[in-house]
Design a protein around this ligand. Structure first.
Ligand code: 5AD
Length: 358
């Protein structure tokens, strides 16, 4: 086992069989060593920096029906909302004022936000905040859509592969195709986006072999960003009786992913903080180096329920920032805003509506 851990940290790779063996035979002591190695590697690449990305969850409508997700279209209990362009820009202004220079626009797969609607939003964001990285996380779209949004100024795209096992993927995503998911990731990369992939831990039917496939896929695809979080069953989905993932199993995956893809940006996910009040700090100690504070307006937050009991539901963006900054500092790291906190906006505007003549 020690030899496998050394191979993993020195050569940054293991075979599928070795990963399965490693996962099966991990002891509590070895886990601590694994987290320690992952943390060292993260420090080599990123020192004590933990990067922040402000998250705007702008629509809870979704045309997909993923068995695990509370936003699935068959969940008729889910309350749906859409933010207007103006509301999205207001959230971004709030984020900018708080110092974030990286913004993520995330939604269900909502056809209301056509290429035209999305390019308009992204162009305005870039015009307003040329120094801010714009990340999209709006699911599977056409190549033309991805290209148009890239041309409009989007820099990054998050599309978790969810699981690298075709059979497991297809059992959880009725009507969706594993090949199309992979093709989308490939196209995004080819267009020039910095791409984020990732998976959930603790899905029903997921074995060590499946997790090995996830790690090997990440190693081969080498995404710039890797999101790994525990699956949390939602009561209004077909998987409501499932056991779900644990913080501990997820920490192991985060640490192994850090060792196999040392330069990746890896968030300490909200799902980790939901299962354990110090879940995000533990993720950072195991190799994660990104946090994603929520910028969505308070009134709609609880409606963006991929799973239930999500944390930070009632927290103003300002509170989210100081809470995360404090948690990160206490853990011995430093929250990074790519340009430091700017209180003095260079743009001479009063409100978004005034600027864009809504
Ligand atoms: N528990 C944890 N993560 C979930 N996601 C969706 N539903 C759940 C859930 N019930 C994850 C998926 C998706 C990301 C935005 O959230 O991996 O890609």
């Amino acid at each position: 086992m020690e030899a496998l851990l050394s191979k993993l940290s020195e050569q940054q790779e293991l075979t599928a069989e070795e990963i399965v063996w490693f996962l099966k035979n991990l002891t509590p002591e070895l886990k601590q060593q694994l987290y320690g190695r992952a943390s060292e590697v993260r420090k080599q690449y990123y020192d004590v920096s933990v990067y922040s990305r402000g998250l705007i969850e702008f629509s809870s409508y979704c045309r997909q029906d993923c068995l695990y997700c509370g936003l699935r279209r068959s969940n008729l209990n889910a309350e749906r909302y859409r933010l207007t362009e103006e509301e999205i820009l207001e959230c971004a202004v709030e984020g900018y004022k708080l110092g974030y220079r990286s913004i993520v626009l995330q939604s269900g797969e909502d056809a209301f936000y056509t290429e035209k609607v999305m390019t308009s939003i992204v162009r305005k964001l870039k015009l307003f905040f040329p120094d801010t990285a714009i990340t999209l996380s709006v699911g599977e779209r056409s190549e033309a859509f991805y290209q148009a949004l890239y041309n409009a100024g989007a820099d990054r795209y998050l599309l978790r592969h969810e699981t690298a096992s075709r059979t497991l993927y297809e059992s959880l995503h009725p009507g969706m195709s594993f090949d199309n998911r992979m093709e989308c990731l490939r196209i995004l990369r080819e267009i020039g986006y910095q791409v984020g992939a990732g998976f959930m831990v603790g899905l029903p039917g997921q074995t060590h072999r499946h997790l090995a496939e996830d790690l090997l896929f990440l190693k081969e695809f080498h995404p710039e960003m890797i999101g790994i979080g525990p699956f949390i069953p939602h009561s209004a989905t077909p998987l409501n009786g499932a056991a779900g993932g644990t913080v501990e199993d997820t920490l192991v995956m985060i640490a192994m992913a850090r060792l196999m893809v040392p330069d990746a940006l890896m968030p300490a996910t909200t799902a980790m903080g939901t299962l354990d009040p110090s879940g995000r700090e533990k993720a950072i100690q195991a190799g994660a180096n990104v946090v994603m504070p929520i910028l969505s307006p308070l009134q709609i937050r609880s409606k963006y329920a991929l799973y239930e009991q999500k944390i930070c539901m009632g927290d103003e963006p300002e509170h989210c920032r100081s809470c995360l900054e404090m948690r990160i500092a206490v853990s011995g790291y430093r929250m990074e805003f790519s340009r430091g906190i700017t209180t003095d906006l260079t743009y001479n505007y009063k409100t978004v509506s005034e600027y864009f003549h809504y």
